[in-house]
Design a binder for this molecule. Sequence first.
Ligand code: HSE
Length: 390
Amino acid sequence: MQIALLGYGTVGHGVVKIIESQATEQLRRLHVSQIWVRPEKVDQNPLFTADYQEILANDKIDTIIEVLGGLDPAYAMITDALKHHKNVVTANKAVVARHLTEFTTLARQNHVKFYFESSVGGGIPWIINLERALRIDQIDSIHGIFNGTSNFILDEMMETGAPFDVVLAEAQRRGYAEADPSADLDGDDIENKLCISASIAYDTEIKPNDDLLKFGIRNITAADVSFFKKHHWVVKLIGRSFRRDNRYNFVIEPTLYAPGEIEAGVHQNYNYVGLRGTTIGKLSFNGQGAGELPTAHALIQDLLDLELHMEHLTRNFQQELELDNNSKLLDYVIRSEQDVASLLSDYEVKKEEHDYWIVKQISAEAAHELIQQLEQTEKPLLAAISQQRS
Ligand code: HSE
């Protein structure tokens, strides 16, 4: 298989490194023929070109790997590749979350494949197993720790008691965080990954949008961590979606677990992703959600599926579902200087030390609405209490 790579950053290097290792018989079937880079870099390597039309016109190249990240120029380049009858394999969660239906349709129309295993969960074989479960089951729940940087930050804060800023700087030093860490801290990266996962699971189109509930970890302080520890809670930034009949919820928020729960044992920058299906029940995966070689590994698994003619599940994304973040109730911890009990007079609310309020049986929508209101004057905290414990 002759491949062209779009981009030569960390993951691109990883792809070339693994393919050039020729470590297995399967890897020896793959050849990187050209690498598209910005014009100023072209002289650095004989495989480099800045001329995408040259790659598209090269009939020997049957597959394009897109590892540029971001929407521009990735969206246009993927579209062009599919229209030129080239398979596309990508790690780009932002572009997949927004254009999955379009890319899937274009690939079908042009008799090629569009695979994106590495866009969710890095090296974890998540998409392939989600699709595999869907060959038999209805999947009604997706949930997990989809972002390594936020997990590293929370884990370090829990382990060392260090303040947020210090731990964020360490995550950046280790290369875990995105160039702009906002996506890791505010849940946008998880939103992309959960949109992709839930769209496949429910065979519907869920794109990032303002109605999806998102609250990140930016406001978590060392004092919050110490409060959680007193309650024997471990805090994790969780993405979860649950479908019942034609309704689904979609929530990203810090969540508190008892030490024995699986999520509590996911340390450092590891990811944990899981589903619940009609016959398989609960199924989950734990592994490296980012990084040069794990992400490249997942990309190359897609290449080998193409090379070995292993077809992935076909989805149309045409189910019509309604977003409903109001039906499911959980207990929440809210930290606020304001009188949360009077703001939530319809709920059972208990005040704990300092500014912590335990709110019983409130919907995610109502809890997030309150936090948006509080955010106008302070930096409040919101954390759901895991249902297993409550
Ligand atoms: N910044 C992401 C993370 C990279 O920390 O998980 C992988 O998508």
